[in-house]
Design a binder for this molecule. Sequence first.
Ligand code: IMO
Ligand code: MG
Length: 332
Amino acid sequence: MLRVDVIIGMQHGDEGKGKVTHYLLSKGPYTHCVRYNGGCNAGHTIYHEGQKFVTHHIPAGVFFGVKSIIGPGCVVDIHKFFDEVKMLRDAGVDILDKIYIAKNAHIILEHHRESDSEEIKLGTTRTGNGPCYGDKYTRNGRRAENFPILQPYIIDMYEEFYIRNPNAEVLCEGAQGAELDIDWGDYPYVTSSHCTVAGACLNGFPPTSVRSVIGVAKAYETYVGSKEFQPPDDVFSKLQEIGQEYGATTGRKRQCNWVNLSNLDRIVKMNGVTSLVFNKIDILEELGVWCMYVDRGSHNMFILQSRDQFCEYIRDYFDGVEVIFSGSPEKI
Ligand code: IMO
Ligand code: MG
């Protein structure tokens, strides 16, 4: 029987999904790791055997010899894909027969990159993702299977999971976050793909195959893009500095705010989240301020006195969900 665990971002991306994927792969019984949405707009920072890696396309399974597939819900920049393959190979990661691209994933072309670079009003990553998905949905796109240079990497998801490996254990690595989802985010300040558990299922995994949904959040919030997100208070500049909140893909400063439990609760419910990881608790510890919002409008600010109080409040709030706090960039 096919079993699938899904990792989703709970906020606006950059929650530490790469780290959690890497950690679960180091522990778990997985045979496959599948990226299910987005493209090179993502930037996943991973520490493997003491070395720092930033991946954009290739799922973290590659670090453990687990078959790593860029799924059909993704869009692929061929140059960046090959740069990443080279980066991994040069670093000594054994990638032979480990990296695949679904034959029905779409390819980012030059004109996608060009038209995205004009897209300043949303503050996109200008990597051609939005225009590529646009062409996919207007039926003007081009799929991976049509590019001879990609032939050694092409895989058919149906054959892989329903003919060759019907007992596969799959870890799905999401990109971006539910608050950036094309349908459920703050449109138009969203990305162009489905960042929810349903987005993972769209890659050919039935809902009944999903065993657990791991939501990844930060103990505070960050956002990169053009809408105003960070309140005018110096404490957030300090938080930005301590947390080293710079985009892994574009190097832009990430705007910061306190964590919003009501927003998270909406994402927990709509995705059936079973475990919730809060990263970067060490950064709040260094800042020495423990704040959160408890309504959707971000008006009702709540101040806690200590790390213990902060964590206890969150644990109670998400009663029934396994809640984990992490203060290390390398493990959870
Ligand atoms: P990971 O996987 C944070 C943001 C962009 C912009 C909006 C639309 O590292 O969490 P796009 O280029 O997708 O059309 O831009 O989405 N964005 C991300 N922000 N982390 C990401 O990925 C992001 N991918 C896109 O900054 O506001
Ligand atoms: Mg990132």
